[in-house]
Design a protein around this ligand. Sequence first.
Ligand code: HGY
Ligand code: MN
Ligand code: MN
Length: 416
Amino acid sequence: MAAPGENLKINGERLWDSLMEMAKIGPGIAGGNNRQTLTDEDAEGRALFQKWCEEAGCTMGLDQMGNMFARREGTDPDALPVYVGSHLDTQPTGGKYDGVLGVLGALEVIRSMNDLGIKTKHPVVATNWTNEEGTRFAPAMLSSGVFAGVHTQDWAYEREDAKGKTFGDELKRIGWRGEEEVGARKMHAFFELHIEQGPILEAEGKDIGVVTHGQGLSWTQVTITGKDAHTGSTPMPMRKNAGLAMARVLEKVEEIALSHAPDAVGAAGHIDVYPNSRNVIPGKVVFTVDFRSPELSVIEDMVARLKTDAQAICDEMGMEIEFENVGGFDPVAFDETCVGAIRSAAERLGYSHRNIISGAGHDACWINQVAPTAMVMCPCVDGLSHNEAEEISKDWAAAGADVLLHAVVETAEIVE
Ligand code: HGY
Ligand code: MN
Ligand code: MN
């Protein structure tokens, strides 16, 4: 396939302006974003994305999980499209770029193709996947998972948030449930631009991460049941303090992850304490242990040891414990041809680059099961993400989108 000339570049100012415009929707309290999935703010962001896509001449498709597909026609309407995108939903204390850079980077690719008068054989489709974060409705990457056949749509629709609202009801409430069958669309390839969400690229002074693999993850929800009691009048030996048991289990989580240093990681980000009253000993705690590693055998070992060690702690303290897997996926190896297109684009454009394994999960990890898929990453300041202070530079964003443009246009086959 003909490769684009090195002079083909996106419009970095326009991309940055679009990022800043989208960041105004669902603002956080410290300069980032709180645009959680299926909220009114999510709906507002979707409408803005659709408006911009239609202004760029795209036609918008919408499936029954609310996944958005903005199609730019190719010269061969029967050719399978090249999809490119990420997610617009954010963490409650999220940054302005996690996911959003990939969706608006995809839009910028289409806008630049229009400016440059580029024709391709394959159509190009800018994509927004619903509920990548999995914060409000677990698990993460829910809708790309349904698209890839990993989850059923009925199961996804029944996912409940902390207030007992279901995914299906909320999707209908915000008016973004489409009619298209989820997964019916077939792809020639899928590309995702994403911030690294880690410190490697910035520390090494690299502009581009060529993502060869994504590490796997496992989310185990743990419920420990002790006994509510008065924090003042209950003698220490008589207590069944579920909060204390959790603290001992979380110490084990740290120990287990460190035993597989340097690649494995482990923590609990979701913790609910009941009744969560200042003068009541917690009778119940529910928390989710997030283990990750590039090696499946390591993930399996960490989860097994969590269960053994946590059960022993609760047996000794006379408490009940339950485990439930609430999400996860095996480590992924991305498509070598697509990864090659990313790497040769970075070389052609003169951007410094290195191979990298994604520490975070992405929609690309599921789409990799149904289409040739690859990711391109840009650095982020101090490797910080899932924090309102998440920051990137305009140049990093532009370099990532330039590489995305080249990989997409090459894969979609330029028509002279
Ligand atoms: O959990 C993840 O890795 C992604 O950010 N949702
Ligand atoms: Mn993301
Ligand atoms: Mn995220």
